[in-house]
Design a protein around this ligand. Structure first.
Ligand SMILES: Nc1ncnc2c1ncn2[C@@H]1O[C@H](COP(=O)(O)OP(=O)(O)OP(=O)(O)O)[C@@H](O)[C@H]1O
Length: 241
């Protein structure tokens, strides 16, 4: 991925196997978010391919979501004035096919489908540890809850792959532990997870596989124990052991 003369990602390969948690670490400006943007259709890579189950994924965020790639953002992007429940319903609606006429007329098919969507949204709120009523406006929720709400919205889109950009940013120790448990539970639902984090302790204790990106290139990847002990990774990113 190049932005004019700046090559942000060069010769990068990342494979996300089914039911695995893959970590992506690296210094500031390494290209982690740019890679997420390429994988979720926000950027059209200037070279290379993004494949989902062997099929090319178009550079279109809505289409990527429809095909099962959901994400959260480093800087939370909720609809602040909408209730928690409505935020999750937005995620669910990416999966619902309703005719315009049926939606306008609020016919029985529409009402049934809407009731099922609301029930599913409540289930996802409870799954991430929020109140299933979901009546609170997103902006009034504590910061950690907003991060969980963003995950609930992503889960409501039935992802095959969930991409989390710094899910523990700004969280205290207790919230971070809860986030680790939540990500494990997401994997146990059969969803593959990719996590960007600066908290390397969190990544090494959570992930099945870790990639290290430095200045747009994949410096190393492997199981956490191997990556943590890699002298190149220690020199370029981790510092002393
Ligand atoms: N839309 C863009 N236009 C131009 N340059 C960009 C754009 N997006 C990212 N970059 C550049 O690409 C490089 C990688 O940035 P990126 O945000 O992906 O890094 P990162 O590893 O996610 O960093 P951080 O840990 O600070 O979030 C940086 O030099 C950045 O300035």
């Amino acid at each position: 991925m190049a932005f004019g003369g700046l090559v942000a990602l060069d010769d990068v390969t990342l494979t996300v196997p089914d039911r695995r948690i893959v970590g992506l670490i690296g210094p500031n400006g390494a290209g982690k978010t740019t890679l997420f943007n390429c994988l979720t259709g926000l950027y059209a890579p200037t070279g290379g391919r993004v494949l989902l189950d062997g099929r090319p994924l178009a550079a279109d965020p809505a289409e990527a979501m429809g095909n099962g790639v959901s994400r959260t953002f480093q800087n939370i992007r909720l609809f602040p004035g909408m209730s928690a429940l409505d935020n999750v319903l937005v995620g669910r609606h990416t999966r619902i096919r309703q005719g315009l006429l049926s939606a306008l007329l609020h016919g029985p098919g529409f009402r049934r489908s809407e009731a099922a969507a609301i029930e599913r949204a409540r289930t996802e709120l409870a799954f991430v540890g929020l109140r299933p009523e979901g009546g609170t406006p997103a902006r009034s929720l504590p910061y950690g809850d907003q991060r969980r709400l963003e995950i609930a919205r992503a889960l409501a889109g039935d992802p095959a792959v969930l991409m989390l950009d710094e899910p523990t940013a700004g969280m205290n120790g207790q919230e971070t532990t809860a986030m680790r448990t939540l990500i494990g539970a997401i994997r146990d639902r059969g969803i593959a997870v990719v996590v960007i984090e600066h908290d390397t302790k969190f990544i090494f204790s959570l992930c099945d596989h870790v990639h290290v990106l430095v200045r747009g290139r994949m410096l190393a990847d492997g199981p956490p124990g191997t990556v943590r002990a890699d002298p190149r990774v220690i020199e370029a990113y981790l510092g002393t052991t």
